[in-house]
Design a protein around this ligand. Structure first.
Ligand SMILES: C=C(C)CCOP(=O)(O)OP(=O)(O)O
Ligand SMILES: [Mg+2]
Ligand SMILES: [Mn+2]
Length: 180
């Protein structure tokens, strides 16, 4: 997809604006919400295999922000009138080419100034799933993937944070704690 086509897609896509308790207060165009730094609803999916390794996604270079960085299995935003879990299954299929059962583990709010003068300010629902299948990447979204031990991930994030997305760095320790 060309840069212009991608910008048009972003303008068509809408996100749910929320208050600090995740109550809906409006809707906004996806790109505009990230330009304005408006708090909106999002989800971050973490898929583990039967060895307890996490499936990482490397974001495509041309993503609107955080391109080329390693992150959790899949991230996105529910559309207006779409349940977060429904959106999560939709995006897991669109980005990674598979689907699995998902359940919410916890949620957190974070705010980060990112590249291209965009800001992520999200009420982020962390969703957990288990799967041993290999993903089939959508090149519009992801350019690489790998399974990683959680201990190795923690060490890598500490030693080379520049290769990881802001939100994964922010919630990785909590994810491991909540996993128990
Ligand atoms: C949900 C988080 C933590 C960030 C947004 O994810 P993306 O930037 O991948 O959103 P989409 O383009 O997939 O909607
Ligand atoms: Mg995404
Ligand atoms: Mn967002």
């Amino acid at each position: 997809m060309s840069a212009t086509a991608q910008i048009n897609t972003l303008l068509e896509e809408q996100v749910i604006l929320v208050d600090i308790s995740d109550r809906q207060i409006g809707i906004a165009e996806k790109l505009q919400a990230h330009r304005d730094g408006s708090l909106h609803r999002a989800f971050s999916i973490f898929v583990l295999n039967s060895q307890g390794q996490l499936l990482l996604q490397r974001r495509a270079k041309h993503k609107y922000h955080s391109g080329g960085l390693w992150t959790n299995t899949c991230c996105s935003h529910p559309r207006p009138n779409e349940m977060t879990l429904d959106a999560a299954h939709r995006r897991l299929q669109e980005e990674m080419g598979f689907d699995c059962e998902l359940q919410e583990l916890f949620s957190f709010v974070y705010r980060a100034n990112l590249d291209h003068e965009l800001t992520e300010y999200e009420f982020d629902h962390v969703l957990l799933g288990y799967c041993d299948r290999e993903p089939v990447l959508n090149p519009e979204e992801a350019e690489d993937w790998k399974w990683i031990d959680l201990k190795t991930l923690q060490t890598n994030i500490r030693e080379s944070p520049q290769f990881y997305t802001y939100w994964l760095r922010d919630c990785c320790d909590r994810f491991i704690t909540e996993l128990g």
